[in-house]
Design a protein around this ligand. Structure first.
Ligand SMILES: C[S@@+](CC[C@H](N)C(=O)[O-])C[C@H]1O[C@@H](n2cnc3c(N)ncnc32)[C@H](O)[C@@H]1O
Length: 240
């Protein structure tokens, strides 16, 4: 049965999960893959990813969940970080948000662990989509929204996505990387003028997590016993 998660509960749950990521240095490892330059972070979460990015980049973050933004702003203030967060919905960005992005002139966009609560999913996923596919469809739709010109202006050269996945026992990382590249190039990046140039399958110890990883099925993964992994997908604007 699907449990409907409200925006505040989603924020509290994400704080738990995000802290586990932080403790396992997932954000640090992802930040090492993120190219240099001004970073537009889609989804600040509780600010832990923002802080990792801000350790070596100028960061402007966009988020539409006020509960998460207040947690993130408190962390940024405590760390005396200069990273800023704009409250906006990337499906319907305000004029202020679009101007802030243009003025910031991002070179890199990050979309790490994109997702949201049931209210957002209901709003931006078609009524014809079965409930169990809402999370996956929402992620696909937000990846498309992230690449629209208002959010991804011509200054952007790189897009860095990260997500949770399961790797079938015995499958090679090369196989998963190639399948991921083919899939993302076809459906996400090539139609928007980008191309995947690096996929990394990072180890991820989930032994102390209660998160329902099975709820995010990956079409690349065959059914069977799967090992939790973090997938890092780096795309570059074509022709640069
Ligand atoms: C699972 S959290 C990941 C946060 C952060 N990137 C991290 O790695 O910890 C997803 C984030 O995306 C934000 N988000 C989801 N849908 C959004 C939308 N339509 N506009 C802006 N932010 C959104 C959520 O509020 C949340 O902060």
């Amino acid at each position: 049965m699907l449990v409907r998660i409200d925006p505040k509960t989603y924020a509290d749950n994400w704080e738990t999960e995000s802290t586990l990521f932080e403790n396992k240095e997932i954000y640090k490892r992802l930040n090492q893959i993120t190219p240099n330059g001004n970073v537009l972070e889609i989804g600040s979460g509780v600010g832990l990813a923002t802080l990792a990015l801000a350790s070596s980049h100028s960061v402007l973050a966009i988020d539409n969940n006020v509960h998460l933004v207040s947690k993130a702003r408190a962390r940024l203030a405590a760390a005396k970080s200069t990273a800023e967060i704009v409250i906006a919905d990337i499906f319907e960005p305000s004029a202020e948000c679009v101007t802030a992005i243009r003025d910031f002139s991002p070179k890199v966009i990050t979309g790490w662990f994109l997702g949201s609560h049931a209210d957002d999913q209901e709003r931006y996923v078609g009524a014809d989509v079965p409930l169990e596919h809402w999370a996956k469809k929402y992620r696909e739709n937000i990846e498309d929204a992230m690449l629209t010109t208002n959010i991804c202006p011509p200054s952007v050269e790189w897009v860095h996505l990260a997500g949770r996945t399961g790797m079938i026992a015995g499958a090679s990382a090369d196989f998963v990387s190639q399948e991921t590249k083919d899939d993302y190039d076809k459906y996400v990046f090539l139609p928007n003028g980008f191309e995947v140039i690096d996929v990394q399958v990072l180890d991820w110890d989930t032994s102390d997590s209660s998160f329902q990883y099975g709820a995010a099925p990956n079409p690349n993964i065959l059914p069977g016993k799967s090992i939790p992994k973090i997938l890092s997908i780096l795309a570059k604007r074509k022709g640069l």
